[in-house]
Design a protein around this ligand. Structure first.
Ligand code: AMP
Length: 141
């Protein structure tokens, strides 16, 4: 039994249940990837396990393997979609570690030479995110 509490009312759990909107770019049986609504780079997306998990600290081996395989797939796809030279992969644990949504998630940020990450907390235009999602979906094919 995990000592870490999982609250099924967190926003990513609602996205998984289709109770909250999201722009999905990829999914398989174990994982989902969707656009971050406050992107710090063009093409910033998130990967989450479909099963309940608060963060890295309570993740099972199976959840970690499934998430990281999707992180690799999405990293390759966003680099291709945005002609990026690299990718930053971020993951935060507990409030003091920078975690704000308490469903395990990994950030994927395409990077370009000389382009800094944008400041956090700035909501993106939904049409812009939809167009970026299309590019990522195409890169996955
Ligand atoms: P953190 O827990 O610090 O990794 O941050 C949570 C991330 O989730 C931030 O980058 C937010 O922009 C993002 N986020 C929060 N709510 C949503 C949502 N409804 N859809 C997509 N991304 C979200």
């Amino acid at each position: 039994m995990s000592i870490y509490k999982y609250n099924p009312e967190n926003i990513f759990a609602k996205i998984l249940r289709d109770e909250a909107p999201s722009i999905r770019v990829y999914e398989d049986d174990e994982t989902l990837s969707f656009m971050d609504i406050m992107p710090r780079a063009d093409g910033h997306c998130l990967v989450i396990p479909k099963s309940p998990c608060r963060n890295l600290l309570d993740a099972s081996d199976a959840q970690l393997v499934a998430v990281m395989l999707t992180v690799r797939k999405m990293s390759r796809a966003v680099m291709k979609a945005f002609d990026a030279q690299g990718v930053t992969v971020q993951q935060f644990n507990e409030a003091v570690g920078g975690q704000e949504v308490f469903h395990f998630h990994v950030h994927i940020l395409p990077r370009h030479e000389g382009v800094a990450l944008r400041a956090p907390g700035i909501m993106a235009d939904r049409e812009v995110l939809n167009a970026q999602a299309d590019r990522i979906r195409f890169a996955l094919t």
